[in-house]
Design a protein around this ligand. Structure first.
Ligand code: CAA
Length: 262
């Protein structure tokens, strides 16, 4: 697929490399139209299928991670147009199919669908100029890509209601305090920190990384008992991998593990 609205790149020195996806509609503050979401999905799935890639980073510009769904593209949609075209449901959920860790490196505005895409990622690094919000209420709509569901899970009901009912933005510090982001990073060092985080993960055993991601996501889908049961099953199954032998042998021999990712 030829990309018009995103750019992709692969970086890294170690065996497993990192795939970078940069959202690139600068004139529209990276507003998320269908084309961009199709491309983002395709790029994510391509990196996910590539055995040479460990982690994936999704980023935008210094001004905007993404200012939300493209308002110009949806302003005239009718109910049936939106439903028939599978608007949002068709291509926004692709990110959830990705098994590898996805790091959002967020600078500037992450609003509406932009905030929702960040929340679908696994680790969210926020530049100190990042601003998060779900301003859909000001457009006479509600979030359409999981904002009413993921935001309360991330920040609790009271803060989520405050954000969703007023449409106000919160800065990086408030977002970190609230648990919406993993860490704040100075803007100039945002991508370097995202790559450094990816490198740390890439050096670890791929099966346990993928299964940890799956289990943490399970925590948001199921009750405690079934989540803990799922965890126990995965824990037991990992004793069938070479990486478990290597990780534990290396610890006991006081040497660095050389994971084979199997
Ligand atoms: N869709 C389409 N175009 C957008 C856009 C969006 N979401 N956000 C910004 N733009 C465009 C503006 O129309 C403007 O274009 P022109 O230069 O052609 O006029 C350009 O980007 C620059 O924007 P501003 O002039 O407004 O820049 P600013 O610095 O004054 O403000 C902003 C920046 C706060 C992000 C402001 O643009 C804004 O509030 N944008 C809309 C945010 C929003 O409401 N997002 C939610 C969308 S709905 C959604 O996402 C639903 C869902 O759940 C999936």
């Amino acid at each position: 697929m030829d990309y018009e609205c995103i750019m992709t790149e692969v970086r890294g020195e170690s065996a497993l490399k990192t795939g970078l996806i940069t959202l690139n509609r600068p004139k529209q503050m990276n507003a998320l139209n269908d084309r961009l979401m199709d491309e983002l999905g395709a790029a994510l799935l391509a990196f996910d299928a590539d055995d040479g890639i460990g982690c994936i980073i999704v980023t935008g510009s210094e001004k905007a991670f993404a200012a939300g769904a493209d308002i110009a593209a949806m302003a005239t949609l009718g109910h049936m147009d939106a439903w028939k075209a599978g608007y949002i449901s068709r291509n926004w959920e692709t990110i959830r199919q990705v098994k590898k860790p996805v790091i959002a490196a967020v600078a500037g505005f992450a609003l509406g669908g932009g905030c929702e895409v960040a929340m679908m990622c696994d680790i969210v690094l926020a530049a100190d100029n990042a601003k998060f919000g779900q301003p859909e209420i000001k457009l006479g709509i509600v979030p359409g890509a999981g904002g009413t569901q993921r935001l309360p899970r991330a920040v609790g009901k009271a803060k989520a209601m405050d954000m969703l009912l007023t449409g106000r933005m919160m800065g990086a510090e408030e977002a970190e305090r609230a648990g919406l982001v993993s860490r704040i990073v100075p803007l100039a060092g945002l991508l370097d920190e995202a790559f450094a985080t990816a490198e740390l993960i890439n050096a670890l055993g791929a099966p346990s990384i993928a299964l940890t991601k799956e289990l943490v996501n399970e925590a948001f889908e199921s009750g405690l008992s079934s989540g803990v049961k799922a965890e126990r099953r995965v824990f037991h199954s990992l004793f069938g991998t070479e990486d478990q032998r290597e990780g534990m042998d290396a610890f006991l021999a006081k040497r660095k593990p050389a994971f084979k990712h199997r």
